[in-house]
Design a protein around this ligand. Structure first.
Ligand code: S3P
Length: 176
């Protein structure tokens, strides 16, 4: 029986907002892998990546994912969890995987807003703009999100109400 809701998707697509809405509607606990990482390291992700690099970040992200509860819970994943298949095999256990997508230009608009300045660039090459970094990494990752997607919502085309209703309908069917 499916008991977990796992939200994947590119940074800025709206995972956290949707995860909170679902947690409220379903009266379920919500766990953010990013929050767990910052709790474990005692450091903001952007600072941790600058100090330790992406490889060490992904290692800790994998530890957090391995330690997540397998019972009734909503998991708000960082945008890069699809980079390692082992992560996704663990996340898929007892879960419906939700791909929270958005049009890439909307993602760029959201990420270039002031309240997203804390997100580090994904590309190691210096001088890349957030827009270029987003377009190239979104294109590279899209097939991976598609591969693991159990149910799809697009926050550029669906309201929060429409997206959460669609997810709950699918989850309710699978969790009974
Ligand atoms: C990342 C996305 C971030 C965070 C880290 C890496 C990525 O999470 O895990 O900056 O690789 O796309 P959000 O998707 O919640 O921003």
């Amino acid at each position: 029986m499916t008991q977990r809701l796992v939200l994947i998707g590119f940074r800025g697509a709206g995972k956290s907002t949707l995860a909170a809405e679902l947690a409220s509607r379903l009266t379920m606990e919500m766990i953010s892998t990013d929050v767990e990482i910052e709790r474990r390291t005692g450091t903001r992700i952007a600072d941790f990546v600058v100090q330790n690099g992406w490889e060490e970040f992904r290692r800790i992200e994998g530890e957090v994912i391995a330690a997540l509860p397998r019972e009734r819970v909503i998991i708000d994943c960082g945008g890069g969890v699809i980079e390692h298949p082992d992560n996704m095999r663990r996340l898929r256990e007892n879960a419906l995987i939700v791909w929270v997508d958005a049009d890439v230009e909307d993602i760029i608009t959201r990420l270039t807003g002031d309240n997203n300045a804390h997100r580090p660039l994904l590309s190691a090459s210096s001088g890349v703009s957030m827009a270029e970094d987003t377009r190239s990494n979104y294109a590279r990752r899209k097939p991976l999100y598609e591969q693991w997607c159990g149910v799809y919502v697009n926050t550029s085309q669906n309201s929060l109400e429409e997206a959460s209703k669609h997810i709950i309908e699918t989850f309710t069917t699978l969790s009974h």
